[in-house]
Ligand binder design. Structure first.
Ligand code: FES
Length: 170
């Protein structure tokens, strides 16, 4: 028995049989569906999105659930190599279509930048004109200069230990 398979968004309608999986039938009708495993349910490349007719799909098998998980109600994705239909269905295979190759000149940056002598001299003059950086500023960045005037740094939370009182003193 044949059913109507509508391709979204083109609206193309194919007559497909309910006996064979969609991957094989789409391939026969000249549609490009990505696949690395050739329809063995091991690559997960042949995913299609079901747009309508969810009630007319064969239930997912163990291999399909292992690859896609039990989330069809969210993603609407099925493996076309495992899917047979029992009624009219609309699917989206736009992810499998070839993307148009961009035509135009591709700018390539050279691996080595060649500078003119005048540019190098200009850069050297710029570097020489900059004021020298202070070398010892980095490790005291948390201290403000006014904090250190007339003070010696005290460690240990500025608390002295209480004197020990022995029994003989009491
Ligand atoms: S073709 Fe590889 S999982 Fe369907």
């Amino acid at each position: 028995m044949t059913h109507k398979l509508t391709l979204w968004p083109s609206g193309e309608v194919l007559d497909v049989s309910g006996e064979e999986n969609l991957f094989a039938q789409l391939k026969k009708s000249g549609k490009k569906i990505k696949s690395s495993c050739g329809g063995c349910a091991s690559c997960g490349d042949c995913v299609i999105i079901v747009k309508s007719g969810e009630d007319h799909l064969s239930p997912p098998g163990f291999e399909e659930l292992r690859l896609l998980g039990n989330v069809f109600h969210i993603t609407k994705e099925r493996l076309s190599c495992q899917l047979k239909i029992t009624g009219d269905v609309t699917i989206d295979i736009s992810a499998h279509e070839k993307k148009p190759i961009s035509v135009g000149p591709v700018e390539k940056k050279p691996a080595v930048v060649v500078r003119k002598k005048s540019e190098i001299e200009e850069k050297a003059a710029q570097v020489a004109a900059e004021p020298p950086k202070k070398q010892d500023e980095w490790f005291k960045h948390w201290e403000k200069p006014e904090d250190n005037i007339g003070k010696t740094k005290q460690l240990g939370g500025n608390k002295r230990p209480k004197p020990f009182k022995s029994d003989s003193e009491n």
